[in-house]
Design a protein around this ligand. Structure first.
Ligand code: SF4
Ligand code: SF4
Length: 171
């Protein structure tokens, strides 16, 4: 499975172990308290402790072949018609994204399987991640809904609706 490199950084959680230490050391209310945050410098070592919702554990991505034909987009339309399914394209290509939190994520933001967490979670640093800027800033295209993708299909294929009407007549 290939994972978008820009997003992989968000799966940091965490080779250094700093997150666990900080999460356990700080009460949940303190971790999100702006007042508290003003008192402490955010560094790579403590950043995850302040990350609201532990952003990088809230979705999975899967790279797909670049869609070229109408049939490719028809398949994508079916997929994105489902809840919490999105698509984006960045410098690495096209990706299917499921907005779904990891079931191992604990209420306090810690990883419930920290010692055996998957490699993708170990290998990435939080030097620059979603805490610093939204992932979509690196997207060339981003489709969050069926309607958004359909608009793109109609722009890309001038005869998009014509073909559909033809199919309706023959069905
Ligand atoms: S700070 Fe970055 S790496 Fe850490 S939990 Fe938040 S998004 Fe993930
Ligand atoms: S396994 Fe742990 S670090 Fe990886 S996504 Fe799930 S909660 Fe986050």
């Amino acid at each position: 499975m290939e994972i978008n490199s820009s997003l992989m950084g968000y799966f940091y959680l965490i080779s250094s172990g700093c997150k666990i230490i900080f999460l356990l050391d700080l009460p949940a209310k303190e971790r999100v308290s702006k007042k508290y945050m003003k008192k402490i410098e955010i560094t790579a070592e403590n950043k995850c402790s302040f990350c609201p919702g532990t952003k990088c554990c809230q979705y999975v991505t899967q790279q797909i072949d670049s869609p070229r034909k109408k049939d490719d987009f028809q398949l994508m339309l079916w997929q994105i018609a489902h809840k919490n399914v999105e698509f984006y394209k960045d410098e690495d290509g096209w990706f299917l994204m499921f907005i779904t939190p990891c079931e191992q994520l604990q209420e306090d933001g810690a990883c419930g399987i920290y010692n055996e967490r998957p490699n993708i979670c170990r290998e990435y640093s939080n030097d620059y991640c979603e805490y610093d800027s939204p992932a979509e800033e690196g997207f060339e295209r981003y489709f969050r809904t069926y309607e958004e993708l359909l608009v793109y299909c109609r722009q890309r294929f001038k005869k998009w609706d014509k073909k559909l009407k033809k199919m309706e007549k023959t069905s």
